[in-house]
Design a protein around this ligand. Sequence first.
Ligand SMILES: *[C@@H]1O[C@H](CO)[C@@H](O)[C@H](O)[C@H]1NC(C)=O
Ligand SMILES: *[C@@H]1O[C@H](CO)[C@@H](O)[C@H](O)[C@H]1NC(C)=O
Ligand SMILES: *[C@@H]1O[C@H](CO)[C@@H](O)[C@H](O)[C@H]1NC(C)=O
Ligand SMILES: [Fe+2]
Length: 481
Amino acid sequence: MDDVGRRQYSIILVTCFLFVNTLSNVYGGITSTFVRSEFPATDIPLDHEVFAVPPGYNAPQQVHITQGDYDGKAVIISWITPDEPGSSEVQYGKSNKNYEFTALGTAPTKYTFYQYKSGYIHHCLLSNLEYYYKIGSGDVAREFWFETPPELNPDTPYVFGIIGDLGQTYNSLSTLEHYMESKAKAVLFLGDLSYADRYASSYEYDQIGLRWDTWGRFVEPSTAYQPWIWNTGNHEVDFLPQLGEMTTFKNYLNRYTTPYKACNSSDPLWYSIRRASAHIIVLSSYSPYVKYTPQYIWLKQELKNVDREKTPWLIVLMHIPFYNSNSAHFMEGEGMRSTFESWFVDYKVDVVFAGHVHAYERSNRISNIKFNVSNGYPYPVPDESAPLYITVGDGGNQEGLAGPFLDPQPEYSAFREMSYGHSTLEIFNRTHALYHWNRNDNGKKLPTDAFVLHNQYWASKQMRKEKKHYLRSVAAGLGVY
Ligand SMILES: *[C@@H]1O[C@H](CO)[C@@H](O)[C@H](O)[C@H]1NC(C)=O
Ligand SMILES: *[C@@H]1O[C@H](CO)[C@@H](O)[C@H](O)[C@H]1NC(C)=O
Ligand SMILES: *[C@@H]1O[C@H](CO)[C@@H](O)[C@H](O)[C@H]1NC(C)=O
Ligand SMILES: [Fe+2]
C-alpha cells in the first residue's frame, strides 16, 4: 500500500470506529503523490452519444431542475425546444403516466451570441411538489421524476454532492458518472459549467453557443432528476468585445435560473436556499462584493437570517477559493477574503466550498482576520471558529489539471492532490456529517479524503456547556456552591 492508500485505510478505520474529534490532530499538510494519467483534456466530439439530441421534431432537451424557493417546497424546471416555441406546460403528478396537474412556464425566450442563435428556453416553477413530470407533447413528450426534499429539520439526514469546473471532456464524463453512483440527492455546483467560452480563442465562435447546448444535454441524466444548486465562475462571464458580446453572463443567465428573489437577493448570481438541515449561501466571485455593494449588503443580512437551531449546517459556495496553495490562481481570492472572512468566523460557517483551481485541496481550520495593514499580523492562525476551506475545482474540464503546488506546503493546507474528482457531504444529524472526496482513479471512483465533520455551531455550544459544567464542579469542590 502506498502512503495515500495506507492513510486512506486508516482514515476509514478511524471514521468507522471512533469519530475523529479534531481534524488538525489527524491531518497535517499532506501532499498526495498520486499522479493522474489523464485522458486528453479535449472536449468530447460533437457526434458522441453523450451529446445525442432526443429524437423527434422539437423534442425538449437540456432538461434541468433547481430549487425554486427558499425552503425546498418548489422546483424550477428548465428545458430547450430547438425548432419552435412548443408548449410551455409541465404536466406532473404523484405517479408515472398519471399526471393530475399542469403548470405553465414563462413564455419561452431565445437569444443570440455572435452568430449563434439559441433554441427556445423554457422555465417553469412547480410550487406544489410531486414526483413525476412530463414536458413536450405528442410522441416527442419526455418524462422524468425527482424527489421532494424532506421538511426543514435540524436532524434530517441528507446527502449533497459537490462538483466544480466540470466542462465536457472524458474526464468530466467520469466525474459525472462517479457522482451519479453516489447517494447524493442534490449537487452544490461551484461554477464553470461548460467551458464553451474556450472556443472564443480558436476562431470557432459559433461553437460557444453550441457547446452550451451540448453541455446541457451532457449533464441531463443528472440535472433532469435532481436539483443542481448553480453558481458561476469566470467561464460564465462571457465578456467578449471582439465578438460584440458585452453583456456579461449572457449564455448562463438565459439558460439557468436561481430562486434569488425568495431570499431577497437582487441578482440571480448570489442567493441562498435552505434544504433539509442545511443553509446554503451562494456567492458570486465575479460580481461586486465590497462594502456598499448589493452583494455585501445582502450577505450581511442573510447571515443574520441563518437559524442554526433549524438548519444547523451553514455552507458557503463560491468560485475562487480564499485558501489555495496551488501556483494556479494563487491569491486571486484575497479581495473577497479580506471582505468576508471575519463574518465566516463570527457566524461559525461549517464549510466553504470553492472551485476554480483544477485540483483538490482542503485547509485546516484557520483564519487571517487580525491584520490591519500596520500591526504585523499577516499570517493565518489556527482558529476553531473558522470554516474548513475545500477546493473541488477538479471536475475535469478542457484546461486540464492545475499546478504545481507551492513547495513547501503552507501550514494552512491540510491535504492536496492534483487529480480529478468530486465530493459528497453526508449529513447524519445536527452534529455529525461524513465528508468524502472521491478521486477519479484512472476510470475508477476512489474515496480518498474522508472524515467526520462536526457541526461548528453545535460543537461550540457543547464546549460552552462542558466548560460551565466544569467550572460548576470546580466551584462545588471548593465548597462555594
Ligand atoms: C424578504 O423580505 C421580506 C420583506 O421585508 C420579508 O418579509 C421576508 O421575510 C424576507 N425573506 C427572507 C428570506 O429574508
Ligand atoms: C492596528 O493594530 C495595532 C496593534 O494591535 C493597533 O495598535 C492599532 O491601533 C491598529 N490600527 C488600526 C487602524 O486599527
Ligand atoms: C448524530 O449522528 C452520530 C453518528 O451517527 C451519532 O454518533 C450522534 O450521537 C448523533 N447525534 C445526535 C444529536 O443525534
Ligand atoms: Fe474558474
